[in-house]
Design a protein around this ligand. Structure first.
Ligand code: NIG
Ligand code: FE
Length: 382
């Protein structure tokens, strides 16, 4: 069964050439894009679906989220907006609430957030653990995450929980906790930051993960300058996330290594740290991704359209660069080539916008422009 998606006023293909086509069409067959091109040249198909002149973009690929948690930290946000600064120690508040929550409660909460993401155009997402911080609670968090995505990340090294030394905790993370997490995880991550884990500890965690076949990614340079970005580049990790405080040497290392810099502007919005100068990175040849970092502490948004608007307004990205970073860029940050674009052969994952072009995502901030979200040729926003 093939379906011709037609009446596309603007198609943002999301390929490396940055193709944007007007009056376009594509054919979906077996969940994939079988053909894409000008509407006038469209081949015959079994069925047709007319989007009525609206814009179509690839589904967003959100490569960084922490959806498995319980509890509420809105009071922390309110205090920050009144002048308090963000502290990584707030993570422990969520750890307490998450440990107390039942499996069904945790799963239902993730389902609600995933549905929220889908309504805003996200078709592929990564989910981390990191609010369990015990052997059982990290394995449980990943088992819950795995019900929603294959892109699951073990983040036992989020902070050192109460009641254990840093040295003993790193031994636990790299030993029994990793063993329990392994069946449910594809990636391993660590929060490399003052107040969390230093470069040597992060290196040990990533090495232990690599030894059991987990791919590495890293939280680095979020709150301070430090060695995390260079560690990620030295190890050739697929992605390093946050990158808020970057020296020139960090930018050079990113450009040389090809490690994707995942920028999380919702965090800067919610913590009042400075927005990243994405222009500096792009001009240096660094591959960038945009992701939500949806979590209860530093940034509780699930909206990539919101992140795109911030990136265009405050980070020096063009609308086209920002949409690419939230689609193909996110895919690169997850080591995926099958999603994040709508070239022939890609997954038929796309969003139909109630707008004539992708530019409106930044031009009309805060307006729910995603009208439909499709994954593998099926509607998923209902
Ligand atoms: O990516 N940086 C570390 N972890 C999360 C924040 C976690 C929290 O505050 O609960 C982040 O920003
Ligand atoms: Fe994060």
């Amino acid at each position: 069964m093939s379906t011709l998606v037609t009446g596309i006023g603007e198609l943002f293909v999301g390929d490396a050439a940055g193709t944007v086509m007007e009056q376009a069409a594509f054919v979906v067959e077996d969940g994939r894009v079988a053909w894409v091109g000008p509407a006038a040249e469209a081949p015959a198909a079994d069925a047709a679906y007319d989007v009525g002149g609206r814009a179509v973009i690839p589904g967003f690929v959100d490569s960084h989220s922490h959806l498995v948690f319980a509890g509420d930290r809105s009071a922390e946000f309110a205090a920050r907006m009144a002048g308090e600064s963000y502290a990584a120690g707030g993570i422990r508040t969520t750890v307490r609430a998450t440990r107390e929550a039942g499996d069904a409660e945790l799963t239902a909460h993730v389902a609600r957030l995933v549905a929220e993401m889908r309504r805003q155009g996200t078709t592929t997402l990564e989910i981390k653990s990191g609010y369990g911080l015990s052997v059982a609670d990290e394995a449980r968090s990943l088992a819950v995450a795995r019900q929603f995505t294959e892109e699951t990340t073990f983040l036992g090294a989020h902070v050192v929980p109460e009641g254990i030394s840093a040295e003993d905790y790193v031994a636990l993370v790299t030993g029994p906790m990793l063993e329990a997490a392994r069946p449910y995880a594809s990636w391993i991550d660590a929060f490399c930051e003052r107040g969390a884990f230093d470069v040597d500890q992060a290196r040990a965690v990533l090495a232990a993960g690599a030894a059991v076949g987990l791919k590495g990614r890293l939280h680095a340079n979020q709150l301070t300058y430090g060695g995390g970005v260079q560690l990620a580049c030295e190890l050739g990790l697929v992605a390093v996330d946050h990158c808020t405080y970057l020296s020139d040497a960090d930018v050079d290392a990113l450009a040389q290594s090809g490690t994707v810099a995942t920028l999380l502007p919702g965090v800067e919005f919610s913590t009042r740290h400075p927005y990243v100068d994405a222009r500096r990175l792009i001009d240096a040849g660094v591959r960038v991704a945009l992701a939500s970092d949806c979590n209860p502490g530093s940034c509780f948004t699930s909206s990539l359209p919101f992140c795109i608007a911030l990136a265009v307004r405050d980070m020096g990205m063009t609308p086209s660069e920002a949409v690419s970073a939230a689609t193909a860029g996110g895919a690169a940050a997850l080591d995926r080539t099958d999603v994040g674009h709508l070239s022939a052969g890609a997954a038929a994952d796309f969003a139909v916008l109630d707008a004539p072009s992708h530019v409106h995502l930044a031009y009309r901030p805060g307006v729910p422009l995603v009208a439909e979200t499709w994954r593998a040729g099926q509607r998923i926003d209902g």
